[in-house]
Every structure is written in C-alpha cells, then in structure tokens.
Design a protein around this ligand. Structure first.
Ligand SMILES: Cc1ncc(COP(=O)(O)O)c(C=O)c1O
Length: 487
C-alpha cells in the first residue's frame, strides 16, 4: 500500500480548510474556548477536533478515509487488520479479554500482566492460570515467560482458550514469540501479546522482530509510548491466520468505545503511522545511536551500569530493544527512587520509571535523543554527587516473593461481589477482593479471587516496613485489606 498517504488526516484537514458550518459536536466549533487553553494547545487543535460520523471522513461509501487509514496501519505493522484505540493500550487488553471471554472461560496469563489485563479478566469473567515470568534475582525485575513454562501450563490446563503474555518488558526484554505462538497453536489456542512497549519494533532493522511477524494472533501497540501518536491513542492488530475473528473483535471493541471518538487521536495515529513507515528506519537509527552513546558514557561512570545485550543471557529473553535506557544504580548503594528524585530536584530531568535498582529513561522516535541523552547523563552525575551516606545505605535487598495463593473464585466474582475491609495482619485464609503488587519486582502477590496466605501477608508487610511500595491496595497503609465478605 502507499504509505505516503494519510487519508483520515487529509480528510480532516480538508474539512477544516473548507470552513463548513459545523452544526454538530463538539460545541467549541473550533473557535470558542478558554484563552489559556487556546494558548497552550493552539487554535489548530481546536479546529481539527471534529465530530465522528461525518460523510466523506468516517461515513459514506467504503472504504472511508478512516477505514483506509486503519488499513494502512495494518499494512505498516504487517497485520491482517488493525483498529485504532482511543482509550489507550488498556482498551486493547480489555478487548482481548472480552474476546477470550466470548470463546470460553479459562486462560493462561503471564503473572505480571498490566493492570488493564486484570481489569479485562474481571469484565470478561475469565478464570486465569498464571505463569511466572523469569525473575532476575539480582536486579529484582521480571523478564519474560519461557516456551517451556507455557507448554507445561497448557498441558496442565487443557480447557484454556487462550494465552496472554507481555513482550517487550519495560526494560526492553523481548520474549521468544515464535516459540510461544507455536506452543499456543499446538494446543489450538490463540496467543495475545501485549506489545504496548514494542510498537516501534516494526520500523527499524536494528530492532528485534515484532510479535505480528512471529505468529501472534492479537497484538496491542501503545503507539503513543515510543512511536509518537498523541497520548491515549493506541492500535490493536489481528495477526494473519489469527484464531480470533474480526467480528468478535469488532463487537468487543464497540462495547468499550465512546460514541464520540476524538478526531485528534485518530489523526495523530494516521500521521504517526505515516511518519514511522516513511522515516522510522532513520529516526529510530538516530535514537539508537544516541542511546548507545549514552549507555557507553554511563558505563564508565563509577557505581553505574546499564542494562544492555547482556540481558540476552537470561533464558527467557530472546531479543533486546536498545531504544530503552535502563540505568543500573546498584553500585551506588542508593535506591533508584532516591536517584530519580535527585535527578528531578537538581536537574528537572523526569524519567519514565524507577525501581529499587533501576532508573529507566524513555526515548521517543523523532525526538531530540542526543539532547535528552546529554541531559540524562549530566543529571545522573549531579545526582550521584549529591547522594549522602544515608542515601547510600538505603537500598533494600531483594527477597523473592512467595508463591501466590490458590484461586478460590473468579476475579470477577471477587471484585464485583459483596466485600468487607478486614485487618491485613489477620487476613490469612480470606479471599482477596483487590490486587496487591509489591515493588520490586512488581509481579502481583495477590489478585482478586485468590486466598491470602500468611507467607504473602508477611512478605508484603516486610516490603512496606522496609520503605517499599505496594500497588493496588485501596488502603495504602495496608492496615486493612478488602476481602470477599463471609456468607
Ligand atoms: C505492558 C503494558 N500494557 C498496557 C499498558 C496500557 O497502556 P495505556 O497506558 O496506553 O493504556 C501499559 C501502560 O503502561 C503497559 O505497560
């Protein structure tokens, strides 16, 4: 297909150029808004924020410009079909879960899936069996799921109707998707890949292959993360020969979508796709060069290291995405949280993610990566210079989490059914109605529907008292926890 075209973007530009009478939503009509807002986002953003459902743009004879743009996206990513998502990558995970929910009930799920997948399972009423990703005990981070572990999970759960995994990880570890797809397909079930962090893999020959090229059935791209569409826009792709049909995806997606989709998000997807298809190889090459150079400069700073090709030594890691810059701060003795705080306070350098051991900077396709890298390196040096003795003794040792408790009811039943708050310390044997994930490594310790074990209660309590974080809990102090009410 002709990737120089951007049919939806062009149709919206043409509509604005014609200066038509806009007797439809949105009510600002491209002219009326708060002056500070106009100054912040520009009049052009208001003008191009138009209604969906206009003839010749998203309605009228097929293929409409909107459909053509989705077809071009499918072509660019190598998908059989693509759908623009205007509710973030999260919506893609919700759709994937609902699609599997239509097919059946039991699914195999990587334990540290994004919270949107857990939410999707709640919506769909799925019964999960979890597979543990490989955990790096030194860095306290999770890598990928191995094909061997997936094979075991599928053979132990022959009723499973699908598999949901995450690749790449936040840190750029890419799973062996071809092997995982082969294992899933041998069991007759689809492989859904949350490739939220890998939308760019398709546009550079220097990056690992994307999941769509490796036989995945449904793939989620959070295009806003690295490819550069507007925040909250994403794309869901169906692979060639997918075991999940278009109609099912259409039905699930319609259920989860606003009836007033934002034209700004869709034009940004159309434009970002064209930019990536035409310029991605060059732009990502520039980012890779700048990030490689920054990695080399950080490696020689005493006390710092970086995550790099060495990740490939981990059995579950098949490829590595060099666009990520994860700085290993263990040598400082301080936590990544403290280093990131100092980078922000001293240099106004704000990073995407930090853990006990890592500070991760995110670069974007087409951004000024050299400048970003220079500021990052300088801010790391400034932060290191400002660490005091107490900071350097603050980092906690990583203890491996205990096994999660047995699933006593579906996440949906636990989350939506009658609940009560009880003392966390005394909650052993109760069924959780909320999630708890201690960081590091961020793999959920408890999910709705699971029995709370004494080991897990102790582990989470120890993490909190050592200054760690536990995400998901309604009561952040964890004096209480929400559990399923006793009959
Ligand atoms: C692995 C993964 N999947 C899905 C999402 C959700 O994407 P979005 O924030 O676009 O809704 C995220 C967000 O960070 C993520 O890390």
């Amino acid at each position: 297909m002709d990737q120089t075209q951007a049919p939806y973007l062009d149709a919206v530009i043409e509509y604005v150029r014609r200066d038509p009478s806009r007797l439809h939503v949105p009510g600002h009509k491209g002219i009326a808004s708060d002056p500070a807002l106009v100054e912040a986002i520009g009049m052009a953003a208001l003008e191009h924020d138009i209604s969906a459902g206009l003839k010749g743009i998203d309605l009228g004879p097929a293929p409409t410009p909107f459909q053509q743009s989705q077809d071009l996206a499918a072509d660019a990513w190598g998908a059989a079909r693509s759908w623009f998502l205007l509710h973030g990558g999260s919506q893609g995970n919700h759709v994937g879960c609902l699609a599997l929910g239509h097919i059946g009930k039991e699914v195999i799920v990587q334990r540290n899936v994004h919270s949107s997948t857990v939410d999707g399972m709640i919506m769909a009423g799925l019964i999960p069996t979890f597979v543990q990703p490989e955990i790096d005990p030194d860095l306290g981070i999770a890598h990928c799921v191995t094909p061997g572990n997936l094979e075991t999970a599928l053979s132990e759960n022959p009723q499973a109707v699908g598999v949901m995994i995450v690749s790449p990880t936040y840190f750029g570890a890419v799973a062996d998707i071809s092997a995982l797809a082969a294992v899933a397909h041998a069991a007759g079930v689809p492989l859904l890949v949350d490739e939220a962090w890998g939308a760019h893999l398709y546009f550079s020959s220097r990056l690992p292959e994307g999941a769509l090229a490796c036989g995945a059935d449904l793939v989620l791209s959070s295009t806003h993360k690295i490819v550069g569409s507007l925040g909250q826009s994403a794309i869901l792709h169906r692979g060639h020969d997918s075991l999940i049909g278009d109609d099912l995806i259409n039905r699930c997606l319609t259920m989860l979508e606003t009836t007033s989709p934002s034209s700004l998000l869709s034009v940004s997807l159309d434009g970002a796709r064209r930019f990536a298809a035409l310029e991605g190889e060059r732009l990502l090459g520039e980012v890779l060069d700048a990030v490689d150079d920054a990695r080399a400069r950080i490696r020689v700073i005493p006390e710092l290291d970086v995550l790099d090709e060495r990740l490939l030594e981990a059995p579950s890691v098949h490829g590595w995405d060099g666009v990520r810059l994860a700085v290993d701060v263990r040598g400082t003795g301080a936590s990544g949280h403290r280093v990131a705080d100092l980078m922000r306070e001293l240099s106004d350098v704000n990073v995407e993610l930090y853990t006990e051991t890592i500070v991760e900077a995110m670069f974007g396709m087409g951004s000024d990566a050299e400048r970003d890298a220079d500021r990052l390196v300088a801010s790391l040096e400034a932060a290191l210079g400002a660490l005091d003795e107490a900071d350097r003794e603050r980092r906690r040792r990583f203890a491996s989490p205990p096994p999660w408790g047995a699933l006593r009811m579906t996440p949906r039943e636990a989350f939506l059914g009658p609940q009560e708050s009880v003392s966390f310390a005394k909650a052993e044997g109760r069924i959780a109605a909320e999630s708890l994930a201690a960081y590091p490594p961020g793999v959920p310790n408890v999910l709705p529907g699971e029995e709370l074990t004494q080991e897990t209660i102790q582990y989470v309590t120890d993490t909190l008292s050592a200054g760690g974080q536990v995400r998901g809990a309604g009561d952040q102090t964890l004096e209480t926890v929400r559990v399923v009410a006793n009959p």
